[in-house]
Design a binder for this molecule. Structure first.
Ligand SMILES: Cc1cc2nc3c(=O)[nH]c(=O)nc-3n(C[C@H](O)[C@H](O)[C@H](O)COP(=O)(O)OP(=O)(O)OC[C@H]3O[C@@H](n4cnc5c(N)ncnc54)[C@H](O)[C@@H]3O)c2cc1C
Length: 457
């Protein structure tokens, strides 16, 4: 693996970011080829323009799995929409119609189909077996994947056992199928060696019901007992296990757990494993130094993969801090978060070969910065992985693959009920006015999208 030799000059870096970003933008498939995506985007635009409507829709998505029938679903929708003060006329007409049972059923069916359609955009299948078709199709198009088994915050021991068993089955099933896929050099090899085809993302909060900030040791021990067999199976099958990061109250427990288990003798030579760094946290630079300090003392092979993200729990962290009167742990100005993301990208790229670097973002500026910094500092394209979420980063995924980058798409697998929390987070993110995807869809010029965070254009 090439280690970074030069610190790029600021002006050259900005020029290169602009070139890379412009080239990637020109490789985006047009919406005309994806009419359904354009339709979803309009629905999201409508929701983002009206805060009350947006809040009602989120509550609706939340209650959908609990509804027993379509009639029940329509009643919930009607009640939630009543709270929207100025419902637009078609909505008001629909609400009047919803006063009779037959119409309610029709509206409920349409709403349920809408939620399902939206969910299928983000969730690739109900089981790993049913997801294989999509995963194989991605692979054929030069895109690799990480499978996430939906299921959040386990509350009982049997639930945690079931989640651990599903992860084992997924690793086994995927490895068996993926072994027969055709070779793809870009997706399977970097300077550090072979990259596993099978990659599963795991949530520690689903591996134990005991993950509590007031008793971290208990949760750590309980989760470790389920993580070890999974790592053993992954090692046997040559698969990669990636530990996702969740809200801040579990970060210490998750970090300590990963470091502790991966430091054990039996895992000294594998499996390939990774963790996540969240750039929206103000203390993320110090957190990264802790990760790097561990990789320096650890003799473990292959190198730890660090997936850099901004963070999916921004609203949650703000509310949590204000409820407890704590200082906010997250940046509150988007440009500060984006700038920090770039600084962490540079620090991570400079730290190779101690780590493998995966930059996970749909923001063309953030991604172009990573590519440009890597190139200008002497790194090879294959020593930087780019990651996107299924359904949100499809266009960027296609553009990156067409330019020969290794792109990994995070593919949630599970049923609609388990997927609701995931879906709500994706919707919240996508309809935020500060979201890059929202700005891009609203027609903000490329020049502005590619400008340095906070810079006046
Ligand atoms: C492959 C993949 C895996 C992921 N895994 C995880 C994971 O394990 N854990 C996790 O937490 N997230 C994870 N995420 C989600 C990620 O954290 C982001 O939420 C998402 O990618 C949006 O960021 P962006 O760079 O794509 O878009 P952008 O639009 O550039 O950034 C949006 C993000 O900026 C931050 N933000 C928004 N408003 C503000 C503000 N006012 N001030 C400061 N910051 C703000 C938030 O983090 C928000 O999500 C993953 C994403 C991908 C692509």
């Amino acid at each position: 693996m090439t280690s970074a030799l030069r610190t790029p000059d600021r002006e050259a870096l900005e020029r290169s970011i602009h070139e890379v970003g412009t080239d990637l933008a020109s490789a985006f498939p047009s919406n005309a080829r994806h009419p359904l995506r354009a339709l979803d985007q309009r629905a999201m635009d409508l929701a983002s323009a009206d805060q009350e409507l947006k809040a009602a829709l989120f509550r609706f998505v939340d209650v959908t799995p609990a509804c027993r029938s379509l009639d029940d679903l329509a009643r919930h929708l009607r009640e939630l929409l009543r709270e929207v003060p100025d419902a637009p006329p078609p909505l008001a007409a629909a609400m009047r119609m919803a006063d009779n049972r037959a119409a309610r059923t029709a509206i409920g069916a349409a709403a349920a189909a809408g939620v399902k359609h939206m969910a299928h955009r983000f969730i690739v299948g109900e089981t790993p077996a049913s997801a294989l078709g999509v995963l194989r199709e991605l692979w054929n198009h030069g895109v690799t994947s990480s499978v996430d088994l939906l299921g959040e915050a386990t509350v009982t021991q049997p639930e945690a056992d079931r989640y651990a068993a599903r992860c084992q089955e997924a690793v086994t099933e995927l490895a068996r199928a993926q072994r027969g896929w055709p070779g793809r050099e870009v997706l399977e090899r970097d300077g550090a060696g072979q990259i596993p085809r099978t990659n599963v993302s795991v949530k520690i909060s689903a591996l134990t019901p005991l993950l509590r900030p007031d008793a971290p040791e208990l949760g750590r021990r309980d989760a470790a007992a389920r993580l070890r067999p999974l790592l053993r199976r992954a090692h046997e099958l040559g698969a990669h296990i990636h530990i996702d990061m969740e809200s801040l109250d579990s970060r210490e427990a998750v970090f300590d757990l990963v470091v502790e288990v991966l430091s054990e003798e039996e895992f000294a030579n594998g499996p390939s494993a990774g963790m996540v760094l969240q750039a929206y946290l103000r203390d993320s630079p110090e957190q990264l130094e802790r990760v790097l300090a561990w990789t320096r003392t650890s003799e473990r092979k292959p190198p730890l993969t660090v997936r850099l993200v901004k963070g999916a729990y921004w609203d949650h962290e703000l509310v949590q801090a204000s409820q407890h009167g704590w200082p906010t742990p997250v940046f509150q100005v988007k440009a500060d978060c984006d700038r920090n993301f770039e600084a962490l990208t540079a620090r991570l790229l400079d730290a190779r070969p101690a780590v493998r670097v995966a930059v996970a973002s749909h923001n063309l500026r953030s991604v172009s910065h990573a590519i440009a910094y890597n190139r200008l500092s002497g790194g090879a394209d294959r020593d930087l992985e780019l990651q996107v979420l299924r359904g949100l980063g499809d266009q960027l995924q296609d553009a990156l693959a067409s330019r020969g980058f290794r792109v990994r798409t995070y593919c949630p697998v599970g049923d609609l009920v388990a997927g609701m929390a995931y879906l709500v987070r994706r919707l919240l993110e996508n309809t935020s006015n500060e979201s890059f995807l929202h700005e891009q869809a609203s027609g903000v010029p490329l020049e502005t999208l590619l400008a340095a965070p906070g810079a006046a254009v």
